[in-house]
Design a protein around this ligand. Structure first.
Ligand SMILES: Cc1cc2nc3c(=O)[nH]c(=O)nc-3n(C[C@H](O)[C@H](O)[C@H](O)COP(=O)(O)O)c2cc1C
Length: 149
């Protein structure tokens, strides 16, 4: 029989301009909540109060990629404001292969994942997760939970 999952406190912090990364963040949050996890969603480019990161068992960071493989300023600011590298940081991103092809696809997610020594590979979604990519989001989310348990 599968081991029951422990309830973890999980921060999902994301930046999103046109809504794709927000959609992925919401799907992840839904799945985690469904699995009895204690989830807080935080939008980096909104007006919500800054989260107290040490309160969480793990942080999931969501980013789009802009320019030529660049990390958005909102994400860079968030990372700087957190001020330390927590353990257990998982990264998801959305991108578009029309900008720079496979080499630059979701490059911001790759960079963040390296920066935080993330224990599992970043999730990379081509624009909106709706449709066939939804299952990839759910699988990745289950992978995060498995790693934390
Ligand atoms: C000016 C510009 C540059 C972009 N550069 C990249 C890029 O280098 N790599 C990539 O994967 N996506 C790139 N994108 C695509 C966005 O990352 C993608 O549309 C993403 O899903 C937007 O996320 P959001 O809807 O959460 O804002 C670029 C988009 C724009 C408008």
């Amino acid at each position: 029989m599968a081991k029951p999952l422990q309830t973890k406190t999980l921060l999902i912090a994301y930046a999103s301009v046109s809504g794709n990364t927000k959609e992925v963040a919401k799907l992840i949050a839904q799945e985690l909540t469904h699995k009895q996890q204690d989830v807080t969603l935080y939008c980096m480019n909104g007006n919500e109060p800054f989260p107290h990161v040490p309160d969480y068992d793990a942080m999931l960071i969501g980013t789009y990629t802009w320019g030529s493989g660049d990390t958005p300023f909102d994400v860079k600011d968030f990372v700087a404001d957190v001020g330390y590298k927590p353990e257990n940081v998982f990264v998801f991103g959305t991108g578009d292969t029309q900008f720079g092809g496979d080499d630059m696809f979701c490059m911001a997610a790759d960079k963040l994942s390296k920066f935080y020594h993330s224990p599992i590979a970043p999730l990379k979604i081509e624009q909106s997760p709706r449709g066939s990519q939804e299952e990839e989001v759910l699988e990745w989310t289950r992978g995060v939970l498995e790693w934390l348990n």
